[in-house]
Design a protein around this ligand. Sequence first.
Ligand code: SF4
Length: 374
Amino acid sequence: MTEEKQTVLLGLTLRELTEFVEDVGQPSYRGRQLYEALYRQRLGSAEQISTLPQEFRQSLRQRGLSLGVPTIEKKFVSSDGTVRYLIGFGDGQSVETVWMPEGDDGEAGDGSEAGSEIEKAAGRSWDRTTICVSSQVGCAVDCQFCLTALLGVKRNLTAGEIVGQVCAVLKDQNFSPPENRVNIVFMGMGEPFLNYDNFMRAVRLLVEGVGIPESRMTVSTAGIVPRIYDLGAEPVRPKLAISLNAPNDELRSRLMPINRKWNLEKLVAAARDFPLRNREKLTFEYVLLDEVNDSAQSARELGELIRGVRAKVNLIALNPGPGIAFQTPAENRVAQFQKILIAAGVPTFVRRPRGRDIYAACGQLKRTVELAAS
Ligand code: SF4
């Protein structure tokens, strides 16, 4: 690491922390102690690391180094148990991170169906949760149904800021993987594949440092095709979800301008080529917009488009928001869409919206939305 530039330790690997402590004349095992303090114990400041000698803790401070754990600036609690966190960083920027106890009842981050009967029978559903993590401040992708898009993109998050969201929330909730089961979905603010290197570094730190298995992580992309191929080549990687939202180019380009760069032919080809592991399935996400992409014809077209891909479809009825020009479809339209896909042989689930009342649901994350309730 470059000591002059680096002011925070969160985001460094075990090797980098070990190099750092050796550089400042400490025995190499102190690197492991720092690593454990950051990622396992998730301590907030160097003073709290009781395994380190007092003078080393002081010298960290004198060198202007901090652990770099982000701060929880606000917390909105939904009537359904979902918590929307506003998480702040050193430069004054902030993102949102969402805590969803007991999964989201439609898709668990590990690919099982959340709240399954087997789980409930085993009495295990109480200690599972899904954390929805942001990868950028704002987003540049401009999906027309998404509140985050209205922010534009301010900057990429560092790996430490991505991991830091998880550490801060776990600490606040007193949750501790691997004892408590945690799923991570990279579906918050931002397009993870436009911040690929930091996102992947964060994934490795979450696996090795925090102790969350990669099989319990899912990354969602709007369709950055070259990075789909890169992800497929990673030795450690989350599962892949593709935000599809339309069954043809005309409609998709209207809803997601990124489709003009990588169209459905390229996107579905990348999905077909994606090297799935045993029992792994790809996820296609499809936000249903009333009278726009939710007709029976669209459902049939979608079934054709993804025929033969080992995938499931998650349907999300639009979460409404100010400044969004679309409406939420009626339940019977959602049910009809699901039925047609299932009849076409595509496993299809309807995701229960979480935290709509606090703007924590999919596509609703927007830092500037201020709510009185908490
Ligand atoms: S849906 Fe995702 S990729 Fe699209 S604008 Fe919103 S945050 Fe960005």
